[in-house]
Design a protein around this ligand. Structure first.
Ligand code: OMP
Length: 215
């Protein structure tokens, strides 16, 4: 694990974004941990978050033309990533987001910002079973753009529809890489490093969950 990844996990715990307990996921799985990116909810938190996304994207070195933030949660994520790419990596990159409801007046349409064209880097929060990201892929296909990759905060490393991980399935089905700031493995490493009975308990619960749903 790289230092910025450890910093990111600490930051997520500190902001209450990464929590341990009992959570029912979109997939119906009951998970001992949850990552709620919506709780990065101040200017400072968003600014820091953007730096982590940007660092991870630069490190992955995947070529792209435009950032895409899928509504709703992807919108601030793509925005703060675009700002951090400019402020910290001297890279001015176009970005676009979509509305969930198409607008019928004014400029119309469901896309706002730059053109959704060329190689699109999708910015999202979490992939568990891969359902949400497949809906996003349909928007890119409709625009006749091509996916450059997906950048997310957390890869939960869970099984998708078959024996592969949901992310491996997405990579295979759409021929693009999925980049994550951290994965479940990193969170487990972090928990194991802490000298805390509370974190040791969380680690046990996460291990049991991974035995059931992990890859
Ligand atoms: P999948 O569609 O199963 O890949 O789940 C991904 C979505 O679930 C994310 O976009 C979130 O809306 C939500 N989610 C989280 O935000 N954090 C988690 O830790 C887990 C989930 C989830 O429900 O699986």
């Amino acid at each position: 694990m790289k230092p910025y990844q450890r910093d990111f996990i600490e930051f997520a715990i500190e902001q209450n974004v990464l929590r341990f307990g009992e959570f029912t996921l979109k997939s119906g799985r009951v998970s001992p941990y949850f990552f709620n990116a919506g709780l990065f909810s101040s200017g400072q938190a968003l600014a820091k978050l953007g730096r982590f996304y940007a660092a991870s994207l630069m490190e992955a070195n995947v070529p792209f033309d435009v950032l895409f933030g899928p509504a709703y949660k992807g919108i601030p994520l793509a925005t703060t990533t675009a700002v951090a790419l400019y402020d910290h990596h001297n890279l001015d990159t176009p970005y676009v987001f979509n509305r969930k409801e198409a607008k019928t007046h004014g400029e119309g349409g469901s896309l706002v910002g730059a053109a959704l064209a060329g190689r699109v880097m999708i910015i999202d929060d979490v992939i568990t079973a891969g359902t949400a990201i497949r809906e996003v892929m349909a928007i890119i296909q409709q625009a006749n753009a091509s996916p450059a990759g997906v950048l997310i905060a957390l890869d939960r490393q869970e099984r998708g529809q078959g024996e592969l991980s949901a992310i491996q399935e997405v990579e295979r089905d759409f021929g693009m890489p999925v980049i994550s700031i951290v994965s479940l493995n990193d969170i487990m490493t972090y928990l194991a490093e802490q000298d805390s009975p509370e974190f040791a308990q969380h680690l046990d619960a996460v291990k049991a969950y991974r035995d059931q749903y992990g890859i």
